[in-house]
Design a protein around this ligand. Structure first.
Ligand code: NAG
Ligand code: NAG
Ligand code: NAG
Ligand code: NAG
Ligand code: NAG
Ligand code: NAG
Length: 630
């Protein structure tokens, strides 16, 4: 076409070009942030999505991807076990897991069988579940803190045909062996003592030494088949077994890998329990899938943390929940700055200590992400925004990732629906429950749920995005800003109402803990007869009884609005936590503020005097009868 501005076609083309330029300029001036966030987040999601498609098409599985990693990195160190100092190369890990697979094949285990894994500190942990996965046997990863009924429950609901346990747990297994059924085979790994294990138990190591180390023939498993089971922490009731399929394992690990621009040269420090997704998927997954060296420590130690990082040249550390607070609670040492850690990866870093944590420990980037094991609605703070941003969801490209915040009653977590019966999306700044659309034939959008069907159905709601669809309920309340950054607000049912205001226990816990030199503080609401809503109560772990209450009240008045100040205090030597440092509030809530039920010191905030007074039987009765107004 010859150049001629009066030509009709040329005129249209020019108009279009100018219009497009205009739009781009305006947008980049006003929404620079939105654009850059959208494109980087969308890019990561697209990349992971394309990889998932490829693995799906090639019928890949986690063991098959691991085989590629071994071919590439063979003699590189895969895992280092702090404690014994043992190092395994990728080839060693591969051979070990082949032996596990061959042994189980010999013993008649087949595709779809389940084997429970119950160990504390064995370097073989990863090799064991990986070996099982190689022949389609699914591992049930059982929390090694469980005992008695809870332990039996977890083994039973998984339908495990065998239990592999570490010798450090001999007693825990012996206690419950008779309840597990005789057909369950038992294997013990570690220091063998035939007198201390249940009858019929076999010692694992000699069996593995005799098993061939070649790769056994693989069953036809695909990317959407089950890999293993991870149990929910069970802060309310018995643990539930969440199903982890190969694609979920891949996606959880790959999202943080690409999202936070990790490389195979990074060294990751993983001190989280391996029976949870943070430790075993987000952490160990980087080794299995991406060839990264991962340092495993069986138990988090605040005093050894930075020494370990320096010793192993770690560049990424994992944290969860309260770990950062425990680190800040340590005396200042030189080593805490003399390391090569460039990024902290995890979730639950509180707003109140975010900046302090970065500055004191000299960590340039906080990679905060959000995502439950069973949930497909993961988010990540990919752009290192300071503050408790745990993720970013593009508002411009919502079709890429169909998650959203919808209005809920924050106390009961019931969804609030519009006149058409569909959930109401939240406006920026409005707290809402995070939900993810379920599209069962899309591996990124699937929901695999729990082993227990009725528990699965509780996590699914219908008509959320539009009439007739179904969506996964995360149970967590988040807030999104104008730009699409999401901020974690509270966990299910953790908000209570007092004096007509919604009190976020997570926020209050963070603030109080900061005022109390990073002590453990658990906040919950308790019912007081005659009072509307729930009164705040704080359980404070104070083994040395060193709290200065007068100073505490003064600081608290500056930091918290009146409705958020705890009405009752309970001082106790320590608070109960799960293996991932989540507080167990059930017992505390049940004990409430009754001085005859609780032997710990209790205090009551006398609002007229503006100070805490000891709560005795007389005051307790006078509060119950309504004589003493709150
Ligand atoms: C495992 O842990 C137990 C107790 O925590 C300890 O006694 C034992 O030596 C540990 N074994 C190994 C191999 O680390
Ligand atoms: C850490 O890095 C230093 C210097 O590059 C090196 O000498 C040392 O061997 C490394 N340590 C480990 C455990 O890789
Ligand atoms: C508290 O939450 C409820 C429902 O979640 C909401 O209707 C109410 O407006 C909130 N109150 C305040 C003060 O934010
Ligand atoms: C989450 O997972 C469920 C089940 O695997 C799936 O149905 C749903 O579409 C997923 N949601 C998102 C946002 O990926
Ligand atoms: C399954 O879940 C429901 C509801 O959460 C619970 O009542 C039931 O006891 C569970 N069943 C098993 C076998 O755990
Ligand atoms: C902590 O857990 C133990 C064992 O389950 C229980 O006996 C104790 O009452 C709990 N403590 C508190 C303060 O809830």
């Amino acid at each position: 076409l010859p150049w001629d501005p009066s030509n009709y076609l040329w005129h249209n083309v020019l108009c279009l070009v100018f219009f497009a330029l205009f739009i781009v300029t305006v947008c980049s001036l006003h929404f620079n942030n939105i654009f850059s966030c959208s494109f980087s987040a969308a890019g990561v999601l697209l990349q992971v999505k394309m990889n998932v498609r490829r693995h799906l098409k090639n019928k890949n599985t986690v063991p098959k991807i691991f085989a590629e990693t071994v071919a590439r990195y063979g003699d590189k160190t895969a895992l280092i076990f702090e404690g014994t100092g043992e190092k395994w190369t990728f080839r060693q890990l591969d051979e070990y897991s082949n032996r596990v697979a061959n042994l189980l094949l010999e013993r008649g285990f087949k595709d779809g069988d389940v084997v429970a894994l119950f160990m504390e500190n064995r370097s073989q942990y990863v090799g064991l579940w990986l070996g099982m996965a190689k022949i389609g046997v699914e591992a049930a990863l059982i929390n090694f803190n469980l005992r008695l009924e809870a332990l039996v429950h977890c083994v039973t609901i998984s339908n495990a045909k065998a239990v592999v346990f570490g010798s450090e747990l001999n007693e825990a297994v012996s206690e419950v062996h008779s309840l597990m059924g005789r057909e369950v085979q038992m294997f013990c790994s570690g220091d063998w003592d035939p007198k201390r294990v249940p009858r019929g138990t076999e010692c694992l190591e000699p069996l593995l030494d005799n098993a061939p180390s070649h790769l056994p023939s693989r069953p036809q498993r695909c990317f959407t088949d089950r890999l293993f089971y991870i149990y929910t922490s069970g802060t309310t009731g018995m643990p539930k077994a969440a199903i982890v399929v190969h694609s979920r394992y891949y996606r959880m690990a790959a999202l943080v890998y690409y999202g936070f621009r990790m490389t195979p040269d990074d060294v990751l420090y993983d001190c989280l329990p391996l029976y949870h997704s943070a430790g075993n998927i987000v952490g160990v997954g980087q080794c299995i899938l991406h060839g990264m060296t991962v340092v495993i420590r069986k138990k988090f130690s605040a005093s050894r943390f930075w020494d370990d990082c320096a010793k192993y040249n770690c560049t990424i550390v994992q944290y969860i929940g309260e770990i950062c607070r425990y680190l800040l609670n340590q005396p200042v040492r030189d080593i805490e700055q003399q390391h090569r850690v460039r990024m902290a990866l995890g979730n639950g870093l509180r707003q109140s200590i975010w900046v302090e944590f970065m500055e004191r420990f000299n960590i340039p980037q906080i990679a905060e992400f959000y995502g439950a094991t069973e949930c497909n609605c993961s988010l990540g703070n990919f752009d290192n925004k300071v503050g408790m941003s745990c993720g970013f969801n593009s508002q411009i490209l919502p079709f890429i990732y169909p998650i959203r915040l919808v209005r809920v009653d924050e106390e009961t977590m019931e969804l609030i629906r519009g006149p058409d019966g569909v959930c109401i999306p939240c406006k920026p700044g409005e707290p809402g429950q995070l939900v993810g659309r379920i599209i069962q034939n899309d591996p990124l959008r699937r929901f695999d749920g729990y082993v227990n069907q009725s528990a699965t159905s509780k996590k699914i709601a219908n008509s959320v995005f539009k009439k007739g669809d179904s969506a996964y309920l995360s149970g967590d309340v988040l807030i999104m800003d104008e730009c699409g950054h999401m901020y974690f607000k509270d966990r299910t049912g953790d908000t209570f109402r007092w004096k007509g205001e919604n009190v976020s226990t997570t926020e209050v816990e963070g603030t109080l803990s900061r005022l109390l030199d990073m002590k453990d503080v658990v906040v919950y609401g308790v019912e007081v007869p005659g009072a509307e809503g729930k009164a705040g109560m704080a359980a404070i772990a104070d083994p040395t009884q060193s709290t200065d209450l007068a100073k505490f009240v003064k600081d608290m008045e500056k930091a918290l609005p009146p409705y958020a100040r705890p009405v009752f205090l309970r001082f106790l030597p320590e608070v109960n936590k799960t293996g991932t440092f989540k507080f167990q509030k059930m017992d505390l809530r049940r004990d409430s503020f009754d001085p005859s039920a609780v032997s710990d010191r209790l205090y009551f905030l006398d609002s007229r005097r503006g100070s805490y007074v000891q709560l005795d039987e007389e005051l307790y009765r006078s509060i119950l009868s309504g004589k003493h107004k709150l």
